[in-house]
Ligand binder design. Structure first.
Ligand SMILES: CC(C)(COP(=O)(O)OP(=O)(O)OC[C@H]1O[C@@H](n2cnc3c(N)ncnc32)[C@H](O)[C@@H]1OP(=O)(O)O)[C@@H](O)C(=O)NCCC(=O)NCCS
Length: 179
């Protein structure tokens, strides 16, 4: 599924359009953008179109494009949603580096959590980040995610093994600060 439009102060989350695939593939050409994510080899345009198609058809995933000042700068999602047990896994890529460090991830994670807990019956959002991804760690913390464990030396990045820090955001904690 694609997510509906959610307007924030800095970002606008919106459903993807077919022409987004072209800007999306350029994000993954840059090793700085892919340093802390699984995808480290740029996809082809067909792969990216297929990805957007798969997201549209997947009843257990919600995908948004992230816009900032009218430009498509990233993507964010809740995937692997388990509707029975009420959880999903969140992820974000701001692929346009000129948009980094402006608070976009911080805001969008808060908007996405509000959507998950007010428009969907989810109880928990699971996520994580790789050791050294300070921006992701801080944005998640600001949205209320807490560390719940780590897989040590899980990913090989720039010649070193890095821990995968596992995080979660519980509805009850979110409600305590928002309702
Ligand atoms: C990680 C990512 C989503 C962060 O997005 P962003 O919009 O640049 O982040 P924000 O501007 O909202 O910053 C979030 C926090 O990190 C801090 N921060 C931003 N860039 C930072 C950096 N390079 N080093 C340290 N802290 C940084 C900000 O000051 C902010 O902290 P605060 O809330 O305490 O003020 C973005 O860099 C990205 O997409 N990177 C590539 C893919 C990726 O790593 N995705 C996440 C996988 S878990």
């Amino acid at each position: 599924m694609y997510g509906p439009v959610i307007q924030g102060k800095l970002v606008r989350l919106r459903p993807p359009r077919p022409d987004d695939a072209e800007s999306m593939i350029t994000w993954f050409e840059d090793l700085e953008v892919t340093r802390f994510i699984k995808l480290r080899h740029p996809p082809s345009i067909d792969f990216e179109k297929e990805f957007l198609d798969r997201m549209a058809r997947d009843p257990d995933a919600i995908f948004w494009v992230v816009e900032h000042e009218g430009r498509t700068v990233g993507g964010t999602s809740i995937v692997s949603i388990d509707w029975k047990n009420g959880f999903g896994t969140t992820g974000t890529v701001i692929g346009d580096k000129s948009a980094w460090g402006k608070g976009l991830a911080r805001e969008l994670m808060q908007l996405r959590a509000a959507y998950a807990f007010t428009q969907l019956p989810l109880r928990k959002l699971k996520s994580g980040y790789l050791e050294g991804n300070e921006a992701s760690a801080r944005a998640q913390k600001a949205a209320g995610y807490k560390e719940v464990g780590r897989w040590t030396g899980d990913r090989f990045i720039d010649g070193k093994w890095h821990d995968h820090v596992l995080t979660e955001l519980l509805r009850k904690d979110w409600e305590r600060s928002h309702v």
